[in-house]
Design a protein around this ligand. Structure first.
Ligand code: NI
Length: 167
């Protein structure tokens, strides 16, 4: 499979609500394989399918980057079961090169999804893993991390965002 170009902020596809996957068939497995190559090459923590221009409810989080005992996890048709607490962490996104911002989100999240073989699983995560899952889940809803910034911060970043969108 192959690495694919990452969609950058300004492309309207990032605002689309991704559609559920009907069945984890070969086409979906190929998509996951391309996403894995793309994420590894970009050295990112997470990637949603929409970020390679495919608005389907699939995302990856490379938990091995946070914990050597962990692996790259595939989340297909994920659902947030519960989220609790609140923590401010610095966050970035492969669709916003070189932009990092402190964002408040839940500290712990429980998510249910299908894995790369179509098998259901549920996991609870905290820290950066929870952060990555919540961030990637948002991509499926057409939501971006800059949406959480205060109007003042957005105003301050206006020039940089405009530049990104013009790329
Ligand atoms: Ni992102």
């Amino acid at each position: 499979m192959a690495e694919r170009p990452i969609v950058i902020y300004g492309d309207p596809v990032l605002r689309e609500v991704s559609k559920p996957v009907d069945s984890v068939n070969q086409q979906v497995k190929d998509l996951v394989s391309d996403m894995t190559d793309t994420l590894r090459k970009a050295r990112g923590l997470g990637l949603a399918a929409v970020q390679i221009g495919v608005p389907r409810r699939v995302f990856l989080v490379d938990l091995s980057a946070l914990d050597v005992r962990e692996t790259l996890r595939v989340f297909i048709n994920p659902e947030i079961v519960s989220a609790s607490g609140e923590v401010e962490l610095e966050e970035g996104c492969l669709s916003f090169p070189d932009l990092y911002q402190k964002i408040v989100r839940p500290a712990t999240v429980t998510v249910r999804a299908l894995d790369a073989d179509g098998k259901p699983f549920e996991m609870t995560a905290e820290g950066m893993a929870a952060r990555a899952i919540l961030h990637e889940y948002d991509h499926l809803e057409g939501k971006l991390f800059i949406d959480y910034l205060s109007p003042l911060t957005r105003q301050l970043l206006k020039g940089r965002l405009k530049k990104l969108a013009a790329c």
